[in-house]
Design a binder for this molecule. Structure first.
Ligand SMILES: *[C@@H]1O[C@H](CO)[C@@H](O)[C@H](O)[C@H]1NC(C)=O
Ligand SMILES: *[C@@H]1O[C@H](CO)[C@@H](O)[C@H](O)[C@H]1NC(C)=O
Ligand SMILES: *[C@@H]1O[C@H](CO)[C@@H](O)[C@H](O)[C@H]1NC(C)=O
Ligand SMILES: *[C@@H]1O[C@H](CO)[C@@H](O)[C@H](O)[C@H]1NC(C)=O
Length: 601
């Protein structure tokens, strides 16, 4: 009997030890939070990481809180069991994009991945806070599993959900819905991290925010929001700069979109009060159904026409960031000072413009796509101009200039060269020129730390459908390497297992080292210095790193397209407008001085 009891005691102790190893728990200011330990493997190395999923950082933004700035969730009444992801925010289903398993308007959660290793500094682990992309209308923190990046880089990873679409960005110009809730959610989550990450072993003075696509644009916008002072010290922007042309971005309000939604729900839209009451009452399913219907019936163009994005609300965004960048040569405002006080790592992929191909039709037929001279001259070039300059009539000179710039004059009519020129065109206007412009503004001051990368290689399995003839990495392709390929291949590729080729894993390892080095020290070359030295981006040398099977250093990234889009095209438009005005005035004068029979005085 005694023997049995002793045996049981040992057994219980063992269970206890087993549990304390398996059920990680932290005592935060808000109460106890328990998580779970996971094992992950990267390049044959095994790691353990504690993860805490689905922690609410804000009150559910429902009922009276819909279309309102987020409110802190506050303390937990009992131990919070953080082992399941919270719901993702309501969103439509986009073609080729992962579908969220669970969505609900109560969606303001964050997830934390803590490595089991000792921190690199006694002050605690550096923290990397990820903002997902998805055009401000889809996505969540769920698919970005931070476990491998956290383990290989020995940093804490935080991922978040923030409000999307109309629920995230409705701005009718008054306090009933003043816009930018999605950005305010990100800010509140950053405050949560600042106040609570020490309980998880994190160092609140070493927080880096990073994001991709719309998440990258969000990082840049947070870097221009001085109320974030003290909440982070580094920013990484992957494929999304401030001035990326985007439907509904940086407008004063999105009342037109709001009216479209209300009308489509058969509400009266005579007054703004009618509109907002209708949208406050609507179920979130109905709100999403409107976007989904628009997209299903009219494609991405239609979805864009109902899309809502960050607006110049006068509070979070006070000045148009695009104008701010343009004025940055001569003026410095508070926002720009804050922007430059944060160290920036900024980059794009080799063939970002290939993402535009999905707008051109069947993904299966893209391998055989050919673009004729006619299509280039009458569709792509004028279409791009219409998108960039709206209804403003642009002189034909600008058309000609663009045709000239995006023609291979040794092979001007080859449909296979033209399709490449077309993705170069989209890559330049959406990604490359905005990227370089942002880094130049950032770097144009003494004592700023700025780095630029270009992620080149075409991967074994690109994230989006990518025709064979595209040579380099498409939009989103760096995400696998950044997160150590720790994703569910079923969700992304509809296959049960996937192992990338060894050279990609090596590249991933290097990228994770650069990223987490930067998070730890503000310098991608320290403390792990076994990598190719990545020089700072400075206005005179414009050095940057090229990620590929073998990394290399180059200079003057996209300097010509940037000059073309940011200087030459605007100058020609100004000059031709001026010429038109002069002609008009001259014409009027003639009319006035000639009588109706044509006799001029
Ligand atoms: C709502 O929009 C869809 C197209 O997206 C259209 O078919 C439908 O008729 C609209 N409903 C109303 C009431 O306007
Ligand atoms: C950098 O700033 C100087 C002085 O404000 C300005 O003259 C110059 O044009 C700026 N350069 C860039 C690339 O913005
Ligand atoms: C552009 O032109 C269309 C058709 O002429 C018009 O309905 C629309 O309101 C115009 N948009 C702007 C922003 O001026
Ligand atoms: C996933 O793959 C299976 C089997 O190859 C196929 O039947 C199914 O249609 C695919 N699903 C999607 C969403 O592509």
């Amino acid at each position: 009997m005694a023997h049995f009891v002793k045996g049981l005691t040992i057994f219980l102790i063992l269970i206890n030890q087993y549990q304390s190893a398996e059920v990680p728990s932290v005592a935060s200011k808000l109460g106890s939070i328990t998580g779970e330990t996971k094992s992950v493997t990267f390049q044959g190395n095994k790691y353990q990481v504690d993860r805490y999923l689905g922690i609410p950082y804000a009150k559910p933004p429902t009922g009276d809180l819909r279309f309102q700035p987020p409110q802190p969730f506050g303390p937990f009444s009992e131990t919070y069991n953080a082992v399941d992801f919270g719901a993702s925010c309501p969103q439509p289903i986009y073609p080729f994009m992962p579908v969220e398993k669970k969505t609900d308007e109560d969606c303001l959660f964050l997830n934390i991945y803590v490595p089991r290793q000792k921190p690199d500094e006694p002050s605690g682990h550096a923290v990397m806070f990820f903002i997902h992309g998805g055009g401000f209308s889809i996505g969540s923190g769920v698919i970005y599993d931070g476990a491998v990046l956290s383990s290989v880089g020995n940093v804490i990873i935080v991922t978040i959900n923030y409000r999307l679409g109309l629920l995230g960005f409705l701005d009718i110009g008054n306090e009933k819905a003043s816009g930018n809730f999605g950005l305010l959610d990100q800010h509140l989550a950053l405050q949560w991290v600042n106040e609570n990450i020490d309980a998880f072993g994190g160092d609140k003075d070493r927080v880096t925010i990073f994001g991709e696509s719309a998440g990258s644009m969000s990082v840049a916008m947070q870097m221009l929001y001085p109320s974030n002072k003290g909440l982070f010290r580094n920013g990484i922007t992957q494929s999304g700069a401030l001035s990326l042309p985007f439907p509904g971005l940086y407008v004063e309000n999105n009342i037109d979109a709001a009216k479209y939604y209300a009308k489509n729900m058969s509400c009266t839209v005579d007054t703004l009060a009618d509109v907002i009451n209708c949208l406050k009452e609507a179920s979130h399913e109905n709100i999403i159904r409107i976007v989904q219907d628009a997209m299903d019936s009219g494609g991405m163009d239609a979805a864009y026409s109902v899309s809502t994005a960050p607006t110049i609300d006068g509070k979070f965004i006070r000045h148009s960031p695009e104008e701010m960048l343009q004025k940055a040569e001569t003026e410095t405002c508070e926002e720009l000072k804050f922007f430059r006080s944060i160290r920036l790592m900024n980059g794009v992929n080799g063939n970002e413009g290939a993402s535009a191909l999905l707008m051109l039709g069947d993904a299966e037929n893209l391998d055989d796509l050919e673009i004729t001279r006619e299509q280039m001259n009458t569709e792509h070039i004028p279409g791009t101009l219409a998108f960039l300059y709206g209804n403003k009539t642009v002189s034909d000179v600008v058309n000609q200039l663009m045709i000239s710039e995006y023609t291979d004059w040794e092979n001007p009519d080859d449909p296979k060269r033209l399709r490449e020129q077309m993705i170069n065109l989209y890559g330049d206007i959406y990604f490359n020129a905005p990227c370089v412009e942002m880094s130049r503004v950032h770097a144009n001051e003494t004592d700023v730390e700025s780095y630029v990368y270009n992620f080149l290689p075409r991967l074994d399995k690109p994230l989006l459908p990518l025709p064979k003839w595209v040579k380099y990495a498409n939009h989103g392709d760096e995400l696998g390497p950044v997160f150590g390929y720790n994703f569910d291949p079923q969700v992304l590729f509809n296959i049960s297992e996937y192992t990338p080729p060894e050279w990609e894993l090596d590249l991933s390892n290097r990228i994770m080292k650069y990223w987490t080095n930067f998070a730890k020290t503000g310098d991608p070359n320290k403390p792990d210095s076994k990598l190719l030295a990545w020089p700072k981006y400075e206005l005179d040398s414009q050095s940057y790193i090229k990620f590929n099977r073998e990394d290399s250093i180059d200079q003057y990234f996209s300097a010509r397209p940037t000059e073309f889009w940011k200087k030459i095209v605007p100058a020609v438009i100004d000059a031709t407008e001026h010429a038109q005005t002069v002609t008009e005035q001259f014409g009027k004068k003639e009319e006035q001085t000639c009588d109706k029979d044509g006799n001029c005085g």
